[in-house]
Ligand binder design. Sequence first.
Ligand code: C5P
Length: 214
Amino acid sequence: MIIAIDGPAASGKGTIARRLASHFGLPHLDTGLLYRGVGKAMLDQGLDLADEAQAERVALALDPQQLDDDALRGAQMGEAASRIAGHPKVRQALLKLQRDFAGQTGGAVLDGRDIGTVICPGATVKLFVTASAPERARRRHLELQKRGDGIGYDAVLADIERRDERDSARSSAPLIKAGDACLLDTTNLDIEGAFWAALDQVERAVSASASRQG
Ligand code: C5P
């Protein structure tokens, strides 16, 4: 079973993906970390994020085992990731790795922006997780505060709105709900509520797909 989860920044999709993966005993890939990893490596090497050829080179050299780095979770890396994610060659360079992950025996859970539309268009279940921008900013602000990041709420909201706009407007694999994805709005849900709502949607989609096949 492949579960594809997409949605804007801080919508809760990462937490839902992790919880579903653990519930079904499936491996999970947070694909945002791949883009963050490329952005961070470029910044570390003093490269220009607008340079597509350099970004492609860095993406091709990315070691997915090296992404367990807390520094990738900061606000600056989200911004860098969103800038290099607009380069079609970077997206292409990261495609095989994501498809291979999804193709593991037994399946996988992947979350990102283009999983249901580009990476796994044939996924068993697709969820598009969203929440209002102020609620997403509230959650991300709290998360960054816990990390000791002193960034204010207004700056977090502006960052989220800028990234949403850039991710949705880009020509290559924009952030968009796949036509056959289930929409899950988590604005008024806590983590538990969001997980149970997602699980319900997954179970319904799995039984609908089983009855179509059977
Ligand atoms: O999900 P996260 O906030 O970690 O993603 C960081 C950035 O990486 C996003 O704003 C987006 O630009 C990019 N991204 C993407 N496609 C994905 C995952 C992330 O373009 N599948």
